[in-house]
Structure formats: structure tokens, C-alpha cells
Design a protein around this ligand. Sequence first.
Ligand SMILES: Cc1cc2nc3c(=O)[nH]c(=O)nc-3n(C[C@H](O)[C@H](O)[C@H](O)COP(=O)(O)O)c2cc1C
Length: 221
Amino acid sequence: MTLEEAMRNRHTVRRYTDRKLPQEILEQLQRRIQKNNQEYGLTMNLVTENTEAFGPALRLFLAKGVRNYAVLAGKDEPGLEERLGYCGADLMLFAQTLGLNSWWVGGTYRRKGLRKNAAPCAEKLLGLIALGYGAVQGTPHRSKAPEEIAQYDGPPPEWFSKGVEAVLLAPTALNKQAFTLRGEGRSVLMTCDNGVFSGVDLGIGKYHFELGAGRENFDWA
Ligand SMILES: Cc1cc2nc3c(=O)[nH]c(=O)nc-3n(C[C@H](O)[C@H](O)[C@H](O)COP(=O)(O)O)c2cc1C
């Protein structure tokens, strides 16, 4: 499965089976996380066979069987949210290509439990991405129409339309899809207005746009 295919197949999964992640899959996830940490100055880490990021009620009613996850962390500095969004999107789609399911959790987790399992050097924590073999595959989210988020100066080229379509497949906090995209020539301006999640959603959306449009076809304004 390619990352593009993964983008279409990925949906939030909050319920997981007890199937353990094979060593080889764990190693691939670790490598992907390390690569993103190095390239983007982050301190994400993989936690396995551990349920401390959720309290008993959450484990019972929402996060069923979540035992493996990536901690979303980095230095507390401007741009952290967007970089974690971008790299988190990469990790989710990569996990999907490995046959796993995922769930971005930015609010409904236990802070203390996550802190306990974060890397010692992790400064700011923004949540986690649950990873594992889903009990279900999830379902497509309700989506805005392309014209509700995007405008192009003149007839839109194919790459722009494909990029916008990819953005609408992205996970966003509360499924808000609070994006705006403006295209002119090769230049694309993208913003997001989703309260405290604006930066993270923007990073996720930008990753999706690049994958759909093809990085070589445009420049970020
Ligand atoms: C930044 C961010 C934070 C999120 N936080 C939560 C959360 O705290 N609890 C939850 O159940 N889902 C959370 N989600 C999952 C979204 O509700 C979900 O991605 C959205 O409804 C779209 O569905 P999809 O992922 O299936 O495309 C979050 C998603 C994002 C991107």
C-alpha cells in the first residue's frame, strides 16, 4: 500500500484487538519516528504494551484496547504544533501502509500517564497517536466540499484539485476541517482556524496537500 492509498484507507479507530505488534513492525515505526525527530527537531517516542495514557473510564468507554502509541512531543518553541502535525500525519499514514490503524488523541487522554511514558528530554506534550490492529477499520468522516475551503486564481490545475481532495481526507480535531487554501500560479497559501488545534491541524493538512498535489508542482506562500 502506498502513502496515497493509505490516505484513502485511514480512518480513526478507537478500538483495538489484543494482537501484539510484531518486532519487525515496531522497528519500522521506531525508525520512522527517529527520522522525523532528527529532521524536524522533535522528541517523539514509541510506547508499547502500556495503558497508562488513559484512565479506567476512558479505557472502558473510548480507548478500547489501546496499548501502543507514539507520544507527540518537542521543545516548547514557535512552530512546534505545525511540525508535530506534519510528522504525526506521516506516522499515521506510514502505520496504515504497514497494515495498522491509528487514532490522533489531542484531548481525551490522561496527562500524568502520558508524561510518565514520554522521553526524559520531552518538553511539551501535545497528545498521542494510538497505533495497533483495529477491531474495526473506521469509516470515512463527514466532509466539507472542496469549494468550501479552497479557491484558485483562474481554472485550477489538476495538482491543486488533487491537493485539496487530499486535505479533505485528513484527520482534524473535532473533524472541523477549518482550512482555507488560496492558489495562484505555483503558489499556495494555507491557513487553519481551529482554536488550540490550529497549528497541529495545519501541519496535518499541509502533509496531506503535499502528498496529493505532488511537492514538485507548487511552492508554499
Ligand atoms: C489534532 C487532533 C486532535 C484530536 N483529538 C481527539 C481526542 O481528543 N479524542 C478523540 O476521540 N478524537 C480526537 N481526534 C480525532 C478526530 O475526532 C478525527 O480525526 C476526526 O473526527 C476525523 O475523523 P477521521 O480521523 O476518521 O478522518 C483528534 C484529531 C486531531 C487531528
